[in-house]
Design a protein around this ligand. Structure first.
Ligand code: PEP
Length: 265
C-alpha cells in the first residue's frame, strides 16, 4: 500500500517568518509515521529558507508552480531545473492557475513534462467547474485533462506522478460546496480507469490519486476513508496548525486502523 500523502498548499500566504513559525509549530505536533508523507508547499520565496529549517524525516517540500523551460530569457519565471535540489514535488495545473493565469491543458502538459525531466514529482490537479458539473461534463473534463497532462510521459513516469482530483466548485476560492465522498469515489475511480486504459492496470494501481477539494480536520476522514484515495491536497486549513495537524492525525488514525486490521488477518 502506498504512503498517504497530505499536502499543504499555502498559496500566496505567509512570509518567511510566518512560514517558519508555522513549520516550528507543526514540527512540535506532527510525529513521524512510516506510512504518512507530509508535504508543505510554501510560496517560492520561502522555499529556500524553509529548506534549511525542515526536518526531512517529517516533511517534504513542494513548489506551487514553475516554468516549463529549463533556462533562458523568461523574465520573472523560475524553472523546474532551479527547483531540483529544493523540492520533491510541484503542484501543476491548480484551478487557480488554470482560471486566473489561463493555464491551458497544453501548458499543464508542458509543465508536467518539465517536472518529470527534472526529477520532480508533479501533483497534477484536475477537476470540473460548477458549470461543467451541472452540464454533466465531469467525466469528459477529467478524461481530457488526464490524457493531455500525461501525454509526454512513459508508463514508468506515470507510475510515479500524483493526480489530485479537485472539483473546482468544492474549493473555498470558488464556492467551497462540500463534495459527497461517494461522488469523490466515482471521480477517483474514473481517473484510475483512464490511467489504466492508457498505461495499464499495474500503473493505475500504483499511481497516487488525492482528493483536492476543501477539507478540514473534522471532515477529512470521510474522504481519506474512500477506497482508492491516497491523500488530500489542503488549502486554507493548512494555514492553521490545529486544523492541519488534526488532518495529519486523522490520516494516522486511519493508517493505524488499517495496519491493525492487516496484523489481525
Ligand atoms: C485547493 O485550493 O486545492 C483547496 C482545497 O483549497 P481550500 O482548502 O481552501 O478549499
Amino acid at each position: 500500500m502506498s504512503r498517504t500523502l497530505i499536502v499543504a498548499n499555502w498559496k500566496m500566504h505567509l512570509n518567511t517568518s510566518q512560514a517558519s513559525l508555522l513549520l516550528h509549530r507543526l514540527h512540535e505536533r506532527i510525529k513521524i509515521h512510516r506510512n504518512i508523507e507530509v508535504v508543505l508547499a510554501p510560496s517560492m520565496l520561502v522555499l529556500q529558507p524553509l529548506s534549511m529549517q525542515i526536518d526531512r524525516r517529517k516533511f517534504r517540500l513542494a513548489a506551487q508552480n514553475a516554468y516549463h523551460k529549463d533556462e533562458g530569457a523568461f523574465t520573472g519565471e523560475v524553472s523546474f531545473t532551479m527547483l531540483q535540489d529544493l523540492v520533491h514535488y510541484v503542484i501543476v495545473g491548480h484551478s487557480e492557475r488554470r482560471l486566473y493565469f489561463h493555464e491551458t491543458d497544453e501548458i499543464v502538459r508542458d509543465k508536467v513534462t518539465a517536472a518529470v525531466r527534472n526529477n520532480i514529482t508533479p501533483i497534477i490537479c484536475v477537476g470540473e467547474t460548477q458549470q461543467e458539473r451541472r452540464a454533466g461534463e465531469t467525466r469528459q473534463v477529467l478524461h481530457d485533462q488526464v490524457v493531455s497532462a500525461l501525454a509526454n510521459l512513459t508508463s514508468q513516469d506515470v507510475e510515479n506522478v500524483v493526480i489530485a482530483y479537485e472539483p473546482i466548485w468544492a474549493i473555498s476560492t470558488f464556492g467551497g460546496e462540500l463534495a459527497k465522498p461517494d461522488d469523490v469515489k466515482k471521480a477517483l475511480d474514473f481517473i484510475r480507469l483512464q490511467v489504466s486504459s492508457l498505461y495499464g492496470k499495474k500503473v493505475a494501481e500504483r499511481i497516487r490519486v488525492l482528493y483536492g477539494g476543501s477539507v478540514d480536520d473534522h471532515i477529512v476522514s470521510g474522504y481519506l476513508a474512500v477506497e482508492g484515495c491516497d491523500g488530500v491536497l489542503v488549502g486554507s486549513a493548512s494555514l492553521n496548525y490545529h486544523k492541519f495537524s488534526g488532518i495529519v492525525d486523522a490520516a494516522y488514525r486511519l493508517r493505524h486502523q488499517e495496519d491493525d486490521e492487516d496484523g489481525n488477518k
